[in-house]
Ligand binder design. Structure first.
Ligand code: CIR
Length: 464
């Protein structure tokens, strides 16, 4: 085995024969010869050894070129995304898809979508070659979700605000049926919040109602809806909303979280608390609600998490007020304060006849959905009774976890079904009166009224 001495000698020989000693000596001699000894001797030696090493200035210049190149790559990637998503079908491709979709709906006997009911052969022929002037939206842009999903309830989304007028032959009867009567001659009343204190708490003892929520959908003027949105428009909306949220009344102030900047742990936290909107709605996805996602998507939360704003989810804006318990007056007052404050900075899209215009025809007029999570075990066990009571009081019943969720717990989500043809106050009152009636019915069905307060349930989910 070689001794340390022998190993050293072998290494010295290697350095000599490989020219390393010469090279290092030259560098040291150069340093020796320098009259003005450099402050950084190592840097001097490095530069002598590597004659082609870049100077500090050259490195700085390369770094800035790299920065520019990175920016350009991002710009080009953005341009490619835009080009890809903006490829338009030819008229004949569009026609073929409409005809195929129409046939598919006709063949599907289980399909109960309003789209199927109102897209008659005559209506299809009347609308199939029309386009909105503002954004060149077509019939297919509006019905692509319903054609892909035969199990839709409605199946239609407006591709831009003008679509409600251009495709009125389909939209009008569908709106009339969904909202339980809003005929061609009907006109949405002026915005009227009414007096929140006049709303009676339907469960003052806190025995049935777990949580209360009121939301309104709003769109910004001069923007289309998802199918015709561009990446920049999502960002512009978000910037406008951000500026408006900076002027909220003090008790509503909070933080806007951009989805693209949200780190995973914060995202999970918000998701777990149900404050973050979900991206798994296949109906909205098929209507292209995920275009350029996550561009411009954001969630605002006040400190108490009782005032929330969703930006560029299904609608440009969802303004939400919610809390545990059944104090509807307080929840509604907060909603009004938030919506009014945002409305000072943003002009919302509103039509003379149809009121506030939003992506889904179920969310126009007031755009309001007031809801309560109510513990109704007896009624939940007697679905026909629950459903007939819901129809009588113009309510929509959903599962505890929002739309398209079946309720397998005792808690049901009760909301006003119609959003157009009544004032904002009336929409909320419709829900409150309905909840009161359902509680009465539940009491009748129960021999013993449970005495344990229901209000200690989980955080109310921020369903759409
Ligand atoms: C459907 O037709 O079933 C879906 N497009 C959802 C309709 C109503 N809900 C909504 O817009 N949030």
């Amino acid at each position: 085995m070689a001794s340390l001495e022998q190993k050293r000698e072998a290494f010295r020989k290697y350095l000599e024969s490989a020219g390393a000693i010469d090279c290092l000596s030259k560098a040291l001699i150069r340093l020796y010869q320098e009259e003005q000894k450099p402050e950084d001797a190592c840097k001097f030696i490095r530069q002598v050894l590597c004659e082609s090493c870049p100077t500090d200035e050259q490195v700085a210049e390369s770094m800035s070129e790299l920065d520019e190149a990175r920016k350009r790559i991002l710009e080009l990637e953005r341009e490619i995304r835009g080009l890809r998503l903006n490829v338009r079908r030819t008229a004949s491709e569009e026609n073929l898809l409409l005809e195929d979709g129409f046939e598919k709906l006709a063949r599907d006997e289980s399909c109960t979508a309003l789209l199927k009911k109102y897209l008659t052969r005559e209506v299809l022929d009347e609308l199939k070659s029309l386009k909105t002037q503002s954004y060149k939206s077509t019939l297919l842009d509006c019905i692509q979700s319903g054609l892909q999903n035969c199990d839709s309830n409605v199946g239609v989304y407006a591709a831009d605000p003008e679509a409600y007028l251009v495709f009125a032959a389909l939209m009008d009867p569908l709106i009339e049926e969904y909202h339980g009567g809003f005929g061609k001659e009907a006109k949405q009343p002026e915005l009227s919040w009414g007096e929140p204190e006049e709303l009676e708490n339907p469960d003052p003892e806190g025995l049935y109602v777990v949580s209360t929520r009121v939301r309104c959908a709003r769109s910004l003027e001069n923007f289309p809806f998802h199918p015709r949105m561009q990446e920049q428009q999502y960002e512009d909306i978000c910037a406008r909303v951000k500026a408006a949220l900076e002027d909220l009344p003090e008790d509503l102030t909070g933080e806007l979280h951009l989805l693209e900047a949200l780190d995973e742990s914060r995202k999970c936290e918000l998701e777990a608390d149900h404050f973050l909107f979900q991206q798994d709605d296949r109906f909205a996805k098929a209507a292209q609600a995920d275009r350029f996602y996550p561009a411009g998507r954001a969630v605002f939360l006040n400190g108490a998490k009782s005032f929330i704003v969703w930006v560029n989810e299904e609608d440009h804006l969802r303004i939400i007020s919610m809390q545990k318990g059944s104090d509807i007056a307080q929840v509604y007052k907060r909603l009004i304060a938030g919506a009014e404050s945002i409305g000072k900075h943003i002009t919302f899209q509103r039509d003379e006849r149809l009121g506030f215009l939003n992506f889904c025809p179920t969310n126009i007029g007031t755009g309001m959905r007031a809801s309560m999570h109510v513990r109704l075990p007896k009624l939940q066990a007697d679905r026909p009774r629950l459903e007939s009571a819901a129809a009588e009081y113009r309510l929509q019943i959903r599962g505890e976890n929002g739309e398209n969720s079946d309720s397998c717990s005792d808690v049901v989500n009760v909301s006003n079904k119609r959003r157009i043809g009544l004032t904002e106050f009336e929409a909320v009152k419709e829900m409150v009166d309905g909840v009161k009636a359902l509680i009465e019915l539940e009491k009748q069905l129960s021999e013993v009224v449970e005495s344990e307060p229901a209000a200690e349930g989980a955080e109310p989910p921020a369903e759409e």
